[in-house]
Design a protein around this ligand. Structure first.
Ligand code: MRU
Length: 339
């Protein structure tokens, strides 16, 4: 089943706010609804946001928008969330064809969708090979944060895609997803996906991560990315930085897995990445239940930045960049998409 798709002239997406309780598919044929779905995280995860960007522009183009009206709609969509570069990347990629008409725009949006599927298989191969190289033969346990699975992409994931490939190859001992406060993408979505694939896993609370790494519960830490700056600094879900510190303290590999479309060479370092602040409400409440006194203000960055010094390797759909060996995004050439 696809997380987001184009069916009979409209967008269909899994409403991720309803998981794991209910699997609800929403039909979206209105741009404002799509923007709202993006803001409330019904559709989320950097690659799925890239596909949403492309399909959202295609949707309004099919409905007859063109010229400056199409540009305004594209701008609103591209700015629905600020941190994942994939959203504006997807919008820009299809807008290149704005003057070529609605069918060419749709064709490009569908290409983004199809490329995402292939690219996730490819990251799985590159990433699982790297694990064998770094950790040797046998089975290994891996800690991961947020949700980087099929729900964050179209069919298969990035970091969780590598874990899935390891499981299929028989090299996964156990996955340890952290629950990922405040919206629990780790427990609601990643645990759900691991269960669907039949992979061995145990859920841990965010603050247990570094301690369990110290106690040898996992041999590597994997994360996805929302934006990778030119120097390799990487924005990803809040908590990624602390887990990278925990892994680094134990000399364990910190592996970032993301498609090439997440690399933003125009952003020089992590300090230049805009971090979405999602406000107090979702920290002081959970699913309608107040978890802090009325009137409590929270600081709620949705993402943090892991400096490249903490990263062992960046795995994309086209290459592996060994940051620990001094390789950079600028020096490692692109390789093939592997299926
Ligand atoms: O706020 P979210 O759920 O959109 O955050 C998602 C993440 O941080 C993911 O790790 C990232 O987008 C990579 S998804 C393959």
């Amino acid at each position: 089943m696809r997380t987001i798709d184009w069916i009979d002239g409209h967008i269909e997406l899994i409403d991720q706010t309803k998981l794991p309780g209910e699997l609800v598919v929403r039909k979206v044929s209105d741009l404002d609804e799509l923007i709202d779905d993006i803001k409330r995280l019904a559709v989320r995860g950097a690659p799925a946001l890239g596909v949403s960007g492309g399909l959202g522009v295609a949707l309004v183009a099919q409905q007859g928008l063109s010229g400056s009206d199409l540009e305004d709609a594209a701008d609103r969509l591209a700015n629905a969330r600020p941190t994942a570069v994939n959203l504006s990347w997807g919008v820009k990629r299809v807008m290149q064809y704005a003057s070529k008409g609605k069918d060419r725009i749709l064709e490009e949006a569908l290409k983004i969708r199809d490329e995402d599927i292939a690219s996730c298989y490819s990251m799985g191969q590159y990433g699982a090979d790297l694990m064998e190289e770094l950790l040797g033969e046998g089975q290994h346990s891996v800690m991961t944060v947020c949700n980087t699975g099929g729900l964050a992409c179209v069919e298969r994931g990035t970091a969780l895609g590598v874990i899935q490939t390891m499981f299929e190859r028989g090299t996964l001992k156990e996955a340890l997803p952290v629950e990922t406060r405040p919206l629990l993408q780790g427990s609601r979505l990643t645990a759900w996906e691991l269960q669907q694939m039949g992979a061995p896993y145990r859920l841990i609370v965010d603050s247990a991560g570094p301690f369990l790494l110290r106690r040898g519960f996992a041999q590597a830490f994997f994360a996805g990315a929302d934006r990778i700056a030119a120097n390799g600094d990487t924005a990803n879900k809040i908590g990624t930085y602390s887990l990278s510190l925990g892994a680094k303290a134990m000399n364990l590999p910190v592996i970032i897995v993301a498609p090439e479309s997440t690399i933003d060479m125009a952003t020089k370092t992590g300090a230049d990445i805009k971090i979405e602040d999602r406000g107090s409400e979702e920290v002081a409440n959970f699913h309608g239940v107040r978890t802090a006194p009325e009137g409590t203000e929270a600081i709620n960055p949705a993402f943090d930045v892991t400096p490249h010094e903490n990263i062992t390797a960046i795995v994309t759909d086209r290459r592996v960049i060994r940051i620990d060996r001094g390789e950079t995004l600028a020096t490692v050439p692109l390789g093939p998409i592997r299926t």
